[in-house]
Design a protein around this ligand. Structure first.
Ligand code: SF4
Length: 548
């Protein structure tokens, strides 16, 4: 064919940008099965079916869309069947991975529990959850072995003391992180508890926000003692030179895949307006958030695409109808604050921070804790986002006795650096997404390091995760461990971890704030993990500089 006979190529019509399912742009038709499930029936409606149908007819009667979808809005996930190794996690169908028991998450907003609540949590653990209870790194309590038949009674008991499982999981506003020392810390200028309470009362369980593109994580705290950068929205205490104490607004944090730290909008929000601004940010997420691909549906992707200036403009113009005041950046501490040990409250009494190992407690232990706390004149306990707990309001003359009482029940207020700094996610014992064991490995690791390096005197954080989802914040630990299969010494695939080094949160820039490095190929088998951490610690001690 002569060149002149070749038909000229027609210019392509400009391609219309593909919608990401943003409701505000008119994409209301569900683009994936999760979106379809939420549109077909609001997940909050499943509570009535659990109480009226499933609790009477049992596990086999549960509609799969409810079981693996809507149940999460009430804190319920099916539990991993025992004995399935991590190599089969990705290849089995969901129904092959799960047994007929549930993991149940109780939201403890701000981490605050009084004695009646603590005793109820303990009693439910012993009666319905085979004495399991984990303190999660979002200040929740998590049970295992729950039967659907017991849920009406569990809700009745929790709600009788003001606790709930509403929206503890699912594509909705999850538990609100708050400072474990809110209301008692000497250096605190505003107690953020009223803002947390207002949000919980007004918006949790409200269908206005029960269909978000993905989970939505929040934190509100005067002190920088919570991992605020890992939240979709965070309010952090700041003293404005003209307007006084208020909160600095951050958006778009999230770890898991494509980790991003929250960014400052440069806006100052007084306590009385926190709930309104929080609702504005959630509204943006609901309306403009991406709903096509689940792994791109967190708020952080929208913030990354828009930038903070546009985000603030949309928040002000479309959601608040007014401009926000500019404010200064908060002061960040030089080292993480975990509140372990004995500390003075502003009223002259003490609070005592104590460490279980990797957040694992039991109903029996929590019941004993309630007795010890009461016997020492206190009535309040707080959970921390580092899987630890605090006892508030301890008279100075009874503090030593309280510390001894805690030790007797396995809660250590003067823990080793290893016990203090190690966290672990749920892992293969119960989690359907897990590839490796985490809690038991964490306990073994702490025991071995305490034996071999008892006097290690530096702050160190070790975060053990059972898969890439980073529930225990892999990327922001001194030693972050991401569970995966690795090649063992004999060439077979075995449980192991990819290692991230040198991450940290909640600290001034120039310290270690930010993501850890993922040195190429740095992996360890689970079996070699204690030896690996020990060698790393010894090398660090040998090479550290004065004051480091
Ligand atoms: Fe499960 Fe993975 Fe999250 Fe651990 S990090 S709790 S294994 S999803």
């Amino acid at each position: 064919m002569a060149v002149s006979e070749i038909p000229a190529r027609q210019p392509r019509a400009p391609r219309r940008p593909r919608g990401e399912g943003q409701w505000a742009l008119g994409h209301r038709e569900p683009l994936n099965p999760n979106e379809r499930m939420k549109k077909d029936d609001d997940p909050l409606n499943v509570r009535a079916r659990i109480e009226n149908i499933y609790a009477h007819r049992g596990f086999a009667s549960i509609d799969p869309q409810d079981l693996r979808g809507r149940f999460r809005w009430w804190g319920l996930y099916t539990q991993r069947k025992a004995g399935i190794d991590g190599g089969r996690t990705a290849v089995l169908e969901p129904h092959e991975l799960e047994d007929e028991f549930f993991m149940l998450r109780v939201r403890v907003d701000g981490g605050q529990l009084d004695l009646a609540q603590l005793r109820t949590v303990a009693e439910i653990s012993r009666e319905f959850a085979r004495d399991t209870a984990d303190i999660t790194d979002r200040q929740n309590i998590q049970y295992h072995w729950i039967r659907v038949e017991d849920m009406p009674e569990i809700w009745r008991r929790l709600e009788s003391v003001g606790l709930q499982t509403t929206e503890a999981c699912g594509d909705c506003p999850r538990v609100m992180l708050g400072s474990p020392v809110a209301g008692v810390a000497e250096s605190e200028l505003i107690d953020s508890t009223p803002a947390i309470d207002e949000i919980v009362q007004r918006y949790i369980g409200d269908k206005e926000f029960s269909n978000l593109p993905r989970k939505f994580k929040s934190s509100i705290s005067w002190l920088v003692d919570i991992p605020y950068e890992a939240n979709d929205v965070a309010f952090l205490g700041v003293d404005h030179p003209e307007h006084g104490p208020g909160f600095d607004l951050w958006v778009g944090g999230g770890l898991a895949t494509n980790p991003m730290l929250a960014q400052r909008l440069g806006a100052w929000v007084p306590l009385s307006e926190v709930a309104e601004v929080w609702a504005g940010v959630v509204g943006i997420f609901r309306d403009y958030g991406y709903r096509r691909l689940r792994h791109r549906a967190r708020l952080k992707f929208l913030v990354a695409d828009w930038g903070v200036a546009k985000f603030r403009e949309v928040l002000e113009k479309e959601y608040l109808g007014r401009t926000l005041l500019d404010g200064p950046a908060p002061e960040l501490p030089d080292r993480p604050i975990d509140h372990i040990g004995v500390h003075r409250q502003r009223d002259g009494r003490n609070y005592v921070g104590a460490a279980p190992v990797v957040g694992r407690v039991s109903g029996t232990q929590l019941a004993q804790l309630a007795d010890v706390v009461e016997a020492h004149g206190s009535g309040r306990v707080r959970l921390t986002p580092y899987q630890k707990l605090l006892v508030l309001d301890v008279p100075p003359e009874r503090t030593e006795s309280l510390v001894a009482g805690l030790r007797e029940i396995g809660l250590e207020a003067q823990p080793s650096a290893w016990r203090r700094g190690t966290m672990a996610c749920t892992g293969i014992e119960y989690c359907k997404l897990a590839i490796v064991e985490t809690k038991a490995r964490g306990e073994e690791l702490v025991a071995r390091l305490e034996q071999r390096l008892r006097d290690f005197d530096a702050d160190i954080s070790i975060h053990i995760n059972g898969c890439p989802n980073a529930c225990a914040r892999t990327q922001v630990a001194d030693i972050g461990l991401k569970g995966q299969l690795v090649t063992g010494p004999d060439g077979r695939q075995v449980e192991g971890f990819q290692v991230h080094l040198g991450g940290g949160l909640g600290m001034a820039e120039g310290r270690t704030a930010g993501f850890g490095r993922k040195p190429r190929g740095l992996k360890t088998t689970a079996e070699e993990l204690p030896g690996y951490v020990e060698r790393l610690a010894v090398r660090y001690l040998a090479g550290r500089t004065e004051g480091e």
